[in-house]
Design a protein around this ligand. Structure first.
Ligand SMILES: *[C@@H]1O[C@H](CO)[C@@H](O)[C@H](O)[C@H]1NC(C)=O
Ligand SMILES: CC(=O)N[C@H]1CO[C@H](CO)[C@@H](O)[C@@H]1O
Length: 484
């Protein structure tokens, strides 16, 4: 029987299992298949190979399915060959800062010291060309510099599509909701108007270490372990406090799950714990304790306290099926661990009686050349299967494809500062990061041009190495690593 005699709906189902290269080849076979691929093939492929991207979100909405699949295929190729353009997003800051990044589908925000810089993703692009990232404005949160008023945590929150609202935590324990005013010319560096900010003092003088938001919920965490859970949709709802009684570092909020939860990273005997949220109530007691031991280790580990500095979830489209039961964490011992909350691999060497049996990681990764603490983790990138880790020294970002976790590669960010990578955002074709000296981007997209990123008027004295082949980025050192 000739294949064209099969009913179209059967062919459409078969096409869903083809790679983008196979679909392209099929479309060249004859008019019939060309029409079928362009009408159904690309669309079906996209449905099963969803890509999450903040900076390209609006562009994807306006590109047809074929253009999107093509962009993803080229981007994936660049990821698999570790080909990218590395660029600072701004000049070097004076002094050394501990910057933070936040993103939504209109803007990237960089907070450093007392200043919030906003970069906007351009709205109109040619189909298949990634939108540029333009510097929009910067705002100070105080009129005089004071370390106690440094920004120590940052997150963007849902604001009805305006994408201008941030929660900001400070070293002096203040939590603030700020709304970027409309961009007036010459507003650069101006102090935020009172009308655009609302404050809370939940933590006394305890530094606000971490913020996480999802939907209309927000978790804030202070350095000595007070967590406050807020429902932003009802301003009258009372904030809920829980106390972790440990030096605390990071938090992650998932509201997609059938049982929503908050994960906390601390320095303690149980450095990574998951607390369930039940009918909008955050529970004091954890429903899961996530440990550092490998599942295959024959002997139970001797229990050593450790610390978790970064937590991320797996985006939709990841090889785990985008399940919200997957948690990725960056640890003090230099390992990145992946836990699956559905796993049954548990350890019974639990130091305190009564809690849930601790879960072992399903995967762990490290750069065997450096066992520096991991300061930040993020997940996404090519094939939505990459994990990026910001390490504590030499501005190194380590990357792994979770489908081949034994071999990865690392790159020194442009400028090669002797700094941690404090914050990371992994978009589909872009990795945004920040060191003590500057924000930067690694762009794996097919079309980085001269005006994709803000111009750098001078590059002398910035510690930047010569331009790369493309002329749009800078030379950076990268190296492969394979687990012995
Ligand atoms: C960056 O620093 C590392 C050592 O910390 C060095 O091996 C590498 O050559 C440097 N790369 C550049 C581009 O300066
Ligand atoms: C419109 C939109 O996508 N806004 C997003 C901005 O980013 C935050 C989190 O980073 C999201 O919660 C918002 O949905």
């Amino acid at each position: 029987m000739h294949i064209q005699l099969l009913p179209s709906d059967v062919l459409i189902i078969v096409m869903q299992h083809l790679s983008s290269e196979d679909l392209a080849a099929l479309a060249r076979a004859c008019r019939f298949f060309h029409a079928l691929v362009y009408e159904f093939g690309w669309k079906g492929h996209l449905r099963l190979n969803d890509r999450q991207s903040y900076s390209l979100h609006k562009s994807f909405l306006s590109w047809n399915s074929h253009v999107q699949v093509r962009y993803h295929a080229l981007t994936d190729q660049h990821w698999s060959k570790a080909e990218f353009v590395a660029r600072p997003l701004s000049h070097k800051w004076t002094g050394t800062l501990q910057p933070l990044l936040a993103i939504n589908s209109s803007r990237l925000f960089v907070a450093a010291g007392n200043t919030i810089y906003s970069y906007v993703f351009s709205e109109y692009t040619k189909p298949g060309y990634a939108p540029g990232v333009q510097f929009e404005s910067s705002y100070s949160t105080t009129s005089h510099l004071q370390a106690s008023q440094d920004i120590t945590s940052l997150t963007s929150v849902e604001d009805g599509g305006k994408d201008r609202t941030l929660f900001v935590g400070y070293a002096d324990g203040t939590l603030e909701c700020v709304r970027l005013p409309g961009c007036e010319a010459g507003s650069e560096g101006s102090v935020f108007d009172r009308a655009h900010r609302e404050r809370w003092h939940f933590f006394g003088s305890d530094l606000v270490e971490s913020l996480a938001s999802a939907g209309r919920h927000l978790v804030s965490l202070s350095s000595s372990g007070t967590a406050v859970f807020l429902d932003l949709s009802s301003p009258s709802s009372t904030p809920q406090y829980i106390s972790l009684e440990a030096r605390s570092w990071c938090t992650h909020l998932s509201t997609r799950a059938s049982t929503p939860y908050v994960a906390f990273g601390t320095s303690s005997m149980t450095p990574l714990a998951v607390h369930p949220i039940d009918t909008s109530t955050l529970h004091l007691h954890p429903s899961a304790i996530l440990t550092s031991s490998e599942p295959q280790s024959a002997n139970e580990p001797t229990w050593r306290p450790s610390a978790v500095y970064g937590i991320a979830g797996a985006p939709p489209g990841s090889p785990w099926g985008g399940s919200d039961q997957i948690l990725i964490s960056g640890w003090y011992d230099g390992l990145v661990r992946v836990h699956d909350l559905r796993s049954s691999s548990r350890t019974h060497a639990y130091p305190h009686a009564g809690g849930p049996a601790p879960l072992r990681p399903v995967l762990s990764m490290y750069d065997p050349w450096t066992f520096e603490p991991i300061y930040a983790v993020a997940c996404g990138g090519g094939s939505t299967s990459h994990i990026a880790a910001g390490t504590a020294r030499h501005s190194v970002v380590a990357l792994w494809d979770v489908r081949a976790p034994d071999s990865g590669w690392s790159v020194h960010a442009p400028g090669n500062d002797s700094s941690p990578v404090y914050s990371l955002v992994v978009d589909s074709s872009r990795v945004f990061g920040a060191t003590q000296s500057r924000p930067f981007v690694l762009d794996f997209g097919p079309d980085v041009g001269v005006d994709t990123y803000p111009p750098l008027l001078r590059t002398q004295g910035e510690g930047l190495k010569r331009r790369d082949k493309s002329g749009h980025g800078f030379y950076v050192t990268k190296y492969n690593h394979r687990r012995p």
